[in-house]
Design a protein around this ligand. Structure first.
Ligand code: HSE
Length: 293
């Protein structure tokens, strides 16, 4: 085999209090095709700025070949991305996962999913998007002795996710730069307790518990100033009964609900209260992780 296409789902990280730990795969996809050639690198399907050797799919592809002690030959990479770039829906993780899995499949699947998680986590620095991108569904992860340990959690089938995606991007580096190095014991306790209850609420399908538990003191308060419409949108969503959080490092905002009319309810008011243009993306959980198409 010298050609393979890998499909990777979008992912939302953190889910409120689960900073750098929780993640969930969503029904939006990036497909990346790898075709081995004699020599050289050709990347198509993306902005010119991403067609060089620092493209994340290529970086992960090369790192995976190196880990397997496999020779790097030429490769053509074609990216077909539904996941919006730099919006907090796991676009970077999707490219890393595709690159690692693409190289592994093309050279005989020598590495396990854990092996691919180890490689990509070393690049990304935290496994919260990578875990659901590989495994699908809801995951929680820790990093132990430098290696990610990722576990799937049960998720009630009735949840719907409504992503509110603005017309501006927010690089993760910028959204991490505003976070304090130290947090108080009270804030740490707050997040541990809320995080545990978020997982239980998601499992049981308990919207009221989710709404209460999905609150955070480690990152969202610091990041909301980077997103001008954040507080107005949060206040609006809270009037509907849906749970609300920042998706990953933002700027996408996420509503989690079982109310099929939520999109309609927000549509009537969103434009009137916001300055940026916000696109509403109704999504559901994707239980299948990255796979060969
Ligand atoms: N947990 C990460 C963050 C996700 O919030 O910065 C974005 O990569």
């Amino acid at each position: 085999m010298n050609r393979v296409t890998i499909r990777v789902p979008a992912t939302t990280a953190n889910l409120g209090p689960g900073f750098d730990a929780f993640g969930c795969a969503l029904s939006l996809y990036t497909d990346v095709t790898f075709e081995e050639t004699e020599a050289g690198l050709e990347i198509t399907g993306c902005d010119e700025a991403f067609t060089g050797p620092d493209n994340l799919a290529y970086v992960a592809y090369c790192a995976t070949l190196a880990t397997m002690s496999e020779e790097l030959r030429g490769v053509k990479i074609h990216i077909d991305a539904q996941i919006p770039v730099c919006r907090g829906l796991g676009s970077s993780a999707a490219l890393l996962v595709a690159g690692a899995m693409g190289a592994n499949v093309l050279r005989g699947n020598k590495l396990s999913t854990q092996g691919l998680l180890n490689i990509t986590n070393a690049m990304e620095g935290h496994p919260d998007n990578l875990a659901p991108a590989f495994l699908g569904g809801l995951t929680a992860s820790m990093v132990d002795n430098g290696l990610p340990v990722c576990v799937s959690f049960p998720l009630h089938p009735d949840w719907e996710f409504l992503a509110l995606v603005p017309d501006f991007d927010l690089p993760t580096t910028k959204a991490r730069a505003v976070l304090p190095e130290q947090v108080s014991r009270a804030d740490a306790i707050y997040n541990i307790a809320h995080g545990a209850l978020v997982l239980k609420a998601l499992e049981k399908g308990d919207e009221k518990l989710l709404r209460n538990a999905m609150q955070d003191r480690l990152h969202q308060n610091y990041r909301k100033k980077l997103i001008g419409d954040y507080e107005k949108i949060e206040a609006l969503v809270r009037t509907t009964g849906a749970a609300f959080c920042l998706s990953g490092a933002g700027p996408t905002l996420l509503c989690i609900t079982q109310d099929p009319a939520l999109e309609e309810k927000l549509a009537k008011k969103l434009d009137a209260i916001t300055q940026a243009n916000w696109q509403m993306l109704p999504l559901h959980v994707e239980f299948q992780g990255a796979h060969v198409l």
